[in-house]
Design a protein around this ligand. Structure first.
Ligand code: G3P
Ligand code: CA
Length: 258
């Protein structure tokens, strides 16, 4: 609850790929920086390796963040661990390695969330679940997110305690297309896969009426990616559950969090 306006519940501020404006995305440095800046949680992208390890990297190959192109699903953890995924961002991050899911869980403080995005094929699910269960992490700290509704359905069937959010990009929708028809379609999808909510990109056409159609049906509404304080304030007033940002330091400075 916000002290200035008790009607407003402050959303969680989630660091997109860690504090990725100031450090190399999806690295332990980026996650630790976000936590030190007061983010309520971190968001990371996960893939399955050839030897069935779960690793944190956005793309399906390493070309953008390392000087060698390896396809993640065709490479072993040992091969991936040889790569430097920090130098491309800034030489001070030289020798940063691709983290495993376990390494990310190990640095997650008990009062912080991990928004765990599954980027790979559905065959990751059993490996991912067994890591989460063996890690003894409090399942309340985890939010499983994916653009793949089949993956979310399977996760919910196998581990109903895990919170799941269906990711939807609104980029291609204009005012007409972002219509009640789409809301209805998405509500049906959330029900079908037993998701706890939806997480959408921001859009010029996204407004309170639209968001409240989900909230009034009992679903959570989360948003990505907002780095601008004014835009963040606008959606805090609407009452979204979380805002994912590349710059948690800046968003945490706005008045609702002071
Ligand atoms: O939080 C959802 C968001 O991370 C999805 O987009 O491409 O950054 O993984 P992307
Ligand atoms: Ca992501």
């Amino acid at each position: 609850m916000n002290k200035d306006d008790p009607q407003i519940t402050s959303p969680m501020i989630i660091a997109h790929r860690g504090s990725s404006k100031e450090s190399p995305e999806n690295t332990l440095s980026a996650f630790q920086l976000a936590i030190s800046q007061g983010a309520d949680g971190i968001e990371g992208d996960f893939h399955l390796t050839k030897d069935k390890q779960v690793v944190c990297i956005h793309d399906s190959n390493t070309a953008r963040v390392a000087n060698t192109k390896l396809i993640v699903k065709n490479s072993t953890l040992a091969e991936l661990k040889k790569l430097d995924v920090g130098y491309w961002f800034n030489s001070t991050f030289k020798n940063e390695k691709i983290p495993t899911l376990n390494e990310v869980l190990e640095i997650l403080p008990s009062d912080k969330k991990l928004f765990l995005e599954i980027k790979s094929d559905p065959d990751i699910v059993p490996y991912l679940l067994s890591i989460l269960i063996d890690s003894k992490i409090n399942l309340n700290q985890l939010v499983i997110i994916s653009f793949n509704s089949r993956i979310l359905r399977t996760i919910k069937q196998q581990k109903p305690e895990l919170k799941t959010l269906f990711l939807v990009s609104l980029k291609t929708f204009n005012r007409i297309k972002l219509s009640n028809f789409l809301v209805k379609k998405l509500l049906n999808k959330l029900e079908d896969i037993s998701a706890d909510g939806i997480s959408t990109s921001i859009s010029n056409f996204l407004n309170e009426t639209y968001i409240h159609q989900f909230i009034s049906k009992g679903y959570e509404y989360h948003l990505w990616t907002i780095d601008n304080e004014k835009i963040a304030e606008q959606f805090i007033k609407i009452g979204v559950n979380s805002i994912t940002t590349n710059t948690p330091k800046i968003i945490k400075q706005i008045k609702y969090f002071q």
